[in-house]
Design a protein. Structure first.
Length: 200
């Protein structure tokens, strides 16, 4: 599958490497491309699935500028609404970044995923804890898109877990804030959520 990332920071590069190792073709788009990076527009055109791994504050402008190019594509919002200076949360009330992305892109297949996973454990040797895979939670109103991202999560070495519609992005973003709070309190970022589900 052709996968593109808008952004080329730690999350994009680490997750992109996992997808590449799983046999997918990955490109990165930035505002000022260097080396093999593409422009944002070119990266969006390339990807069947387009991941956004940029600061939350930049999302509205970037999505609005590229709305036409994103029509029909699976768009994965991996962002969290935080103050970049200190990682403190921006509270969105009865809303979420994922729902905002879906509202801005009504003709795209929007998925909230990977926002609860630190880049530090997006590594092949960090994805399991006592035999359990780190969980990649997935929320989307588009069932097929959610299943596609679940398969990509599984391909990358995570346990993909679909949690329902895009409104549940609120819960995933709250989980991310909790994860960050634990990290800032001394827990560090070599940590993640493992959702255990007993199946009879």
């Amino acid at each position: 599958m052709n996968i593109s990332f808008v952004g080329a920071g730690n999350v994009a590069s680490s997750l992109g490497n996992l997808f590449t190792n799983a046999g997918h073709i990955v490109k990165f788009g930035t505002q000022n491309p260097v080396g093999e990076q593409l422009s944002v527009a070119a990266a969006i055109s390339f990807g069947e699935v387009v991941f956004f791994a940029i600061p939350y504050a930049a999302m509205r402008e970037v999505l609005t500028l590229n709305k036409e190019n994103l029509k029909g594509k699976i768009v994965v919002d991996s962002t969290n609404a935080i103050n970049l200076a200190d990682w403190s949360p921006l509270f969105l009330g009865e809303d979420s970044g994922g729902e905002q992305t879906a509202s801005l892109l009504p003709e795209s297949k929007v998925v909230k995923a990977f926002n609860t996973i630190f880049a530090d454990i997006m590594k092949a040797d960090k994805q399991q804890f006592e035999g359990q895979k780190v969980t990649a939670f997935i929320a989307s109103d588009d069932t097929d898109a959610a299943l596609t991202i679940q398969k990509l999560a599984d391909d990358a070495g995570f346990n993909g877990c679909i949690v329902g519609g895009i409104k549940n992005a609120r819960h995933l973003e709250a989980m991310a804030h909790l994860n960050i709070a634990i990290a800032l309190a001394g827990g560090g970022t070599d940590a993640g959520f493992v959702y255990f589900q007993r199946k009879s």
